[in-house]
Ligand binder design. Structure first.
Ligand code: F6P
Length: 328
């Protein structure tokens, strides 16, 4: 039986990701098109606790499809992990007659959504929005494509100077527990080596790879270091490599939060629009506790529980192999 949903709220939580605004726009407009009253929650779960829930109309989301960040703001909210925090959030939703909640974010956001929807009888739909691309159930998460493009643009510039000075650069990229950004940007930028959280590479292995390049007259090299690599960050790796491989002058660049900003790529704008549209339609069909995602260019749903349980994203094996072959 279709539920009679009249009021839906949407929030963004955790790290912001390019494409979130395109997604918010799609959620708000799909809801309004279907006769639902739409609300935006400011600052993620913190806004639910603070009752910072505002009515939105079609014009509230005009001219935002091209903007990075999130107009609803975001936060990492510890209070929502407590029973008291969740209870206050629920009472605030009830006081505004909200009968459906759509959350856009990564695994922290989904953990909150799972706990909240297990405790309270309110439909919740999740949308994967994180540059890390680490949610099971969607080939791509919102913001990932833009982040890789940002990384590649930076690496291309670094390559110019690395080559001019015959230098070895260690470039650290984001992805707390996930090497997706590192791996794809390594392939797309032609990096000489990549260090990933999912696969330990010893300093010895890395040096062997760099030696090979030096012996075939490579005069500069780029090593991508994922922030979650077990042997440490780019500065640590650079230091230990330098001790026994001193062929080049060595430099380190940490790309940091610039990877999270910027105008979303066409891919992220379209993905955000598709996922936002699908999330509202799923909710109006009576679905709950699921994440909408993209699998093989088809929209699908995965239980939030499963998206979290299978958290580890499998890196594509052909890309892994290619990092060695194409960098000789
Ligand atoms: O989850 C997205 C992400 O950008 C990770 O890649 C990174 O480790 C983390 O967020 C940084 O979080 P914060 O901006 O809270 O320091």
């Amino acid at each position: 039986m279709k539920p009679n949903i009249k009021n839906i709220a949407v929030l963004t939580s955790g790290g912001d990701a390019p494409g979130m605004n395109a997604c918010i726009r799609a959620v708000i407009r799909t809801g309004i098109y279907n006769g639902v009253n739409m609300f935006g929650v400011m600052h993620g779960y913190q806004g639910l606790i603070n009752n910072n829930i505002i009515p939105m109309n079609a014009r509230s989301v005009s001219n935002i499809i091209h903007l990075g960040g999130t107009i609803l703001k975001t936060a990492r909210c510890l209070e929502f992990k407590t029973d008291e925090g969740m209870e206050t959030a629920y009472q605030n939703l009830k006081s505004q007659n909200i009968d459906g909640l759509i959350v856009i974010g990564g695994d922290g956001t989904f953990t909150g959504a799972r706990n909240f929807s297990n405790k309270y009888d309110i439909p919740v739909i999740g949308i994967p929005g994180t540059i890390d691309n680490d949610l099971y159930g969607s080939d791509f998460t919102l913001g990932y494509d833009t982040a890789i493009n940002t990384v590649i643009e930076a690496i291309d510039k670094i390559r110019d100077t690395a080559d001019s000075h015959d230098r070895l650069f260690f470039i650290e990229v984001m992805g707390r527990d996930s090497g997706c950004i590192a791996l794809r940007s390594a392939i797309a930028s032609g990096a000489e080596a990549v260090l990933l959280p999912e696969r330990f590479t010893s300093t010895h292995e890395l040096i062997t790879q760099l030696e090979l390049g030096a012996s075939t007259k490579k005069s500069s090299s780029i090593v991508i270091v994922s922030e979650g690599h077990k042997a440490g960050g780019a500065y640590d790796i650079a230091k230990s490599v330098k001790e026994s491989f001193n062929h080049y002058d060595t430099k380190v660049t940490i790309l940091g939060h610039l990877q999270r900003g910027g105008s979303p790529s066409s891919f992220d704008r379209i993905l955000g629009s598709r996922l936002g549209f699908a999330a509202v339609n799923e909710m109006l069909k009576g679905n709950t506790r699921v994440m909408v995602g993209l699998r093989g260019n088809e929209i699908n749903t995965t239980k939030i529980e499963d998206a979290l349980k299978n958290h580890n994203f499998k890196l594509e094996s052909d890309l892994l192999e290619m990092t060695k072959v194409l960098s000789i």
